[in-house]
Design a protein around this ligand. Structure first.
Ligand code: SDX
Length: 425
């Protein structure tokens, strides 16, 4: 492949280039500073590749999303979340025996450590479920010590993380509503176990409705990975210092919490409720979102990579109609969401900036139909994303180019000045 040429202060430099499986091209600037003394500047890293990855491919212009080469449209709704998790983590679909054993191991390792369960008794009643989730996942390394250099038991740690993330979520909900904990069963799928752990009562058998199990399965798969998004890049950043997998993933959970990232699904529902309470006047809020003098944005709209429809949003929009019809639910917020989308997609401001609904725009309507409380929507995002974070942690650790991540900066502070003795004691 041809080299890139850079002319700086009259001198010409050549920088090597390379391309990936889908012909994306990169300029290798690893020697740029040594050669030129200059660095690049790219706040938000919109033009900067941090790694080479074989996990997920996104084409933002064409609205393409593939996990390990499989189009998301072929996976969501066709296989169980636990099978997709195996694909994500190990790079291939499991055989049927492997799948059954893997799902059983996920369940057997999904019990929160007996000494850690009482942590739920000591969180403030005001604690957000994402606060509890991040704290509990980080604390797991105290109960399952994991030396990031020792890969021998990594599969067990992976099973504990994927298994227990749903148990921690369900237990934090049960604690918040004063209900006894429900424990998982090996004869239930991952999604069915989660719904049963959330909504069953010990007083009688609870049969998880298939429509709910399948809807949650699809939601979790759609959220499983998205290449170098904010939370996944955070997991990689922390992993690069040789932090253990629990510490790295809990850092990702905290990055996901932000309302510009995974927190957007909760913010979308609250936005739809505000618009519905305001007479459903969507034009007013579309106009508000365009104003520079106001921080309001249409939550669930826009994306750093997708400048076309987010393929996940297209799948979710169809699924919302199907699931709500099958469950006999009419949610007025869905009407508001559809009306908001229709108005925004015809508005020049959104058209010019290629702002389309993203994965968070419709997901909350579906979570709500499943009975998930709004403040737990981002927790559900984290449950779905767990296998993706793990896959990136593993890939990073095996990367021959692995170096601790340490970006540079351009200093714009004070020039050197000298301390004049002052009485500051
Ligand atoms: C996720 O990265 C991933 O892959 C993330 C994710 C994943 O699976 O991991 O896909 C999940 O986080 C989806 C995004 C969820 N967040 C939201 O829905 C929050 C609302 N969206 C915006 O905050 C925004 O679109 C971002 C954060 C998603 C993207 O921000 P960018 O790429 O930095 O774009 P930008 O803020 O520079 O916006 C460019 C222009 C600006 O206007 P101008 O300055 O050019 O006039 O578009 C405008 C922005 O003001 N704009 C919006 C808008 N999003 C961008 N205006 C109104 N409403 C919006 N939602």
């Amino acid at each position: 492949m041809e080299n890139a040429k850079l002319i700086l202060s009259g001198k010409e430099y050549e920088l090597p280039m390379f391309s990936g499986t889908e012909d994306e091209r990169a300029i290798d600037i690893r020697k740029l500073r040594d050669m030129t003394g200059a660095i690049t500047y790219d706040p938000g890293y919109g033009n900067t590749g941090s790694c080479r990855s074989a996990i997920t491919f996104i084409d933002g212009d064409k609205g393409i999303l593939r996990y390990r080469g499989y189009p998301i449209e072929e996976l969501a709704g066709s296989i169980r979340y636990s099978a997709a998790a195996y694909l994500m983590v190990y790079g291939r679909l499991p055989t049927e025996p492997e799948f059954l054993d893997w799902r059983k191991q996920l369940t057997l390792n999904s019990f929160v450590h007996a000494s850690q369960v009482n942590f739920f008794d000591n969180f403030s009643a005001l604690a957000h479920p994402m606060n509890i989730l991040g704290s509990m996942i980080s604390s797991m390394s105290a109960f399952y010590p994991h030396d990031a250099e020792d890969e021998s038991d990594i599969d067990l740690h992976i099973q504990r993380l994927i298994g227990q993330v749903k148990t921690i979520a369900a237990f934090s909900y049960r604690k918040s509503v004063g209900l006894p904990y429900i424990y998982p069963r090996t004869d239930h799928s991952y999604a069915a176990n989660f719904l049963r752990m959330m909504f069953a009562t010990p007083a009688e058998e609870y049969v998880v409705p298939k429509v709910m199990e399948n809807a949650l399965d699809m939601l979790l798969i759609l959220h499983m990975d998205h290449e170098q998004n904010c939370s996944t890049s955070t997991v990689r950043m922390v992993a690069s210092s040789m932090s253990n997998i629990y510490a790295s993933v809990s850092a990702g959970i905290n990055a996901l919490w932000g309302r510009l990232h995974g927190g957007a699904n909760e913010a979308v529902l609250n936005m739809l409720k505000t618009i519905a309470d305001d007479g459903g006047n969507v034009a007013k809020y579309v106009d508000l979102a365009k104003r520079k003098d106001n921080p309001f944005k249409l939550m669930g709209f826009g994306h750093r990579v997708y400048k076309n429809f987010d393929p996940r949003s297209k799948i979710l929009k169809t699924a919302v109609d199907d699931v709500l019809n099958e469950m006999g639910i009419h949610d007025p917020l869905l009407d508001v969401a559809k009306s908001l989308e229709e108005v925004a997609l015809k508005d020049d401001f959104f058209i010019a900036r290629k702002l389309y609904p993203n994965v968070d725009f419709y997901s909350g309507i579906l979570y709500r139909a499943l009975g998930i409380p709004t403040e737990m929507f981002t927790v559900l995002f984290a449950i779905g994303r767990m296998p993706g974070w793990i896959a990136h942690w593993l890939e990073m650790r095996a990367d021959p180019d692995l170096r601790i991540q340490r970006p540079r900066q351009i200093y714009i502070g004070e020039k050197m000045r000298h301390f004049e003795q002052m009485n500051l004691y």
